[in-house]
Design a binder for this molecule. Structure first.
Ligand SMILES: Nc1ncnc2c1ncn2[C@@H]1O[C@H](COP(=O)(O)OP(=O)(O)OP(=O)(O)O)[C@@H](O)[C@H]1O
Ligand SMILES: [Mg+2]
Length: 440
């Protein structure tokens, strides 16, 4: 359900006959290439079971016997589970899927088993908010109850802030209505990516964001993850292990890939559960995990969904492995370095340039997925990794050519002259050519 290059790759490699149900995003972005072996079905809304069922019926597929129904995408998780039930095919249970979407329900379940979580309150309709919902918080985070990518997420410090956020969303007609208001949790943000099969955590890897995702989005900086090593950073693995096993058990995820976020206080207090998704993490999670641990999360997701033991064999690379997004100046993308040029930089083993020329890069980021590209970086030590990672970001930014948005033609002419001094874009007066020496 919905395009994911590594899920598709895994299906093809496993020799599975695969039907990809996708939304308008696939043809509109033109980015993911669907292998020719894969049948595709277009639906207008992947969160809507009716559209999916009808599209499958039109294609004559509702009576087909499917091995499983699976998604590696965040949003259609519950609809995918429901579709599996309707088609009589193995899939995640809708009740479990719901706990991996609704941030408030998820925290209730996790807090009941004694794992620290932020206090959380539901705002049914952000257009009509009772400001007293803020009372008792000194600093809070307002976010949609079931979205991803740090969309429409903001820090709220007072009743007035909350009312202002509500008014702004009502005025701009934001369609998302149900939000949660959570106590702000300090600390570093860690990420745990792993695989659970038959109720047992077969593998997990821990990473640290260079700064929390909310800071990244609000300051328009790069999303960066650095993987911790299970041997040299064994303390970090010991710290999170009990939380990982207990929360997955309580939430009922028995088989599949997961992506958990935790806040780790600097003063040694136990980690505070942030959230957990029943899918692979975004960004370069697939590549970073494959490089550091030798684990193909796309293949693991497909195996688990089909009820097969993913047979994870971890092979730990000694290097520090991580990733960074490449995003900086706002404007219309005119030119940027190529994948080949990026991969020629020290430690950059893999890169993606995700925006075609002509794309707009907005002043403010709508979420963690907005970027011009990404790079997987390695270093023989954490210090070397960080230096290389920072250098890629700087190097890319220096070579990123963006035209200012909303600029007057005069401003664009000045901008053009700065980049292409040989091209004159000003009015040149007509001077008749002298043809007097011409013959014939
Ligand atoms: N209670 C909180 N305290 C502090 N920061 C928070 C809190 N809740 C969310 N954040 C910040 O906002 C970001 C987005 O929140 P959250 O992870 O809950 O939602 P999301 O949009 O599903 O995330 P993702 O970007 O992982 O898809 C977090 O990564 C974190 O930086
Ligand atoms: Mg998150």
């Amino acid at each position: 359900m919905n395009e994911d290059a590594y899920t598709l790759r895994a299906c093809v490699q496993a020799g599975m006959r695969c039907v990809l149900v996708h939304g308008p995003g696939l043809p509109e972005s033109g980015y993911i290439q669907v292998p020719s072996e894969v049948e595709t079905i277009f639906v207008e809304d992947l969160n809507n079971v009716e559209t999916m069922l009808s599209a499958l019926a039109r294609a004559g597929m509702v009576d087909r016997k499917f091995t499983c129904v699976q998604t590696s995408d965040e949003e259609p998780l519950v609809a995918t589970a429901a579709l599996g039930m309707i088609l009589g095919a193995p899939a995640m249970s809708p009740a479990v899927a719901m706990l991996f979407r609704d941030k408030w329900l998820q925290k209730q379940v996790v807090s009941e088993i004694g794992v620290p979580v932020a206090r959380s309150r539901v705002i049914d309709d952000i257009h009509h908010v009772d400001p007293s919902v803020f009372d008792g918080f000194a600093k809070a985070v307002l976010k949609p109850i079931a979205r991803g990518g740090t969309q429409r997420t903001s820090v709220i410090r007072s009743r007035e802030d909350l009312v202002a956020a509500s008014t702004a969303m009502r005025r701009s007609g934001v369609p998302t209505r149900t939000f949660v208001l959570e106590e702000f949790v300090d600390g570093a943000e860690w990420v745990v990516n792993g695989v659970v099969f038959d109720g047992a955590v077969q593998f997990f890897g821990v990473g640290v964001y260079s700064e929390p995702c909310l800071t990244t989005v609000s300051t328009h900086s790069a999303v960066q993850v650095e993987t911790l090593d299970p041997t040299t950073d064994a303390d970090a693995y010991d710290l999170v292990r009990p939380t990982v096993a207990a929360t997955l058990g309580a939430l009922g995820l028995r088989s599949g890939v997961f992506h958990m976020e935790l806040f780790v206080p600097a003063d040694g207090r136990p980690p505070v559960f942030g959230e957990c998704a029943a899918r692979r993490g975004g960004g370069m999670t697939q590549e970073v995990v494959q490089r550091k641990f030798g684990v193909d999360l796309g293949a693991a997701a497909v195996a688990c969904a089909a009820g097969n033991d993913p047979k994870i064999e971890v092979v730990i690379a000694p290097e520090t492995v991580g990733s960074t997004s490449l995003v900086n100046k706002a404007g219309v993308l005119v030119q940027c370095p190529t994948v080949e040029q990026l991969e020629a930089l020290p430690g950059v083993e893999y890169a993606r340039v995700e925006l075609p020329y002509g794309s707009r890069i907005e002043e403010s980021l709508a979420g963690t997925w907005q970027r011009a590209g990404q790079a997987l970086v390695t270093g023989s030590t954490p210090g070397e990794f960080r230096a290389r990672r920072d250098e890629v970001v700087r190097w890319f930014d220096e070579r990123l050519v963006v035209a200012p948005q909303g600029a007057s033609h005069a401003e664009l002419r000045t901008w053009q002259a700065a980049h292409w001094p040989d091209i004159d874009s000003r009015f040149g007066t007509y001077r008749p050519r002298d043809f007097s020496s011409a013959t014939g």
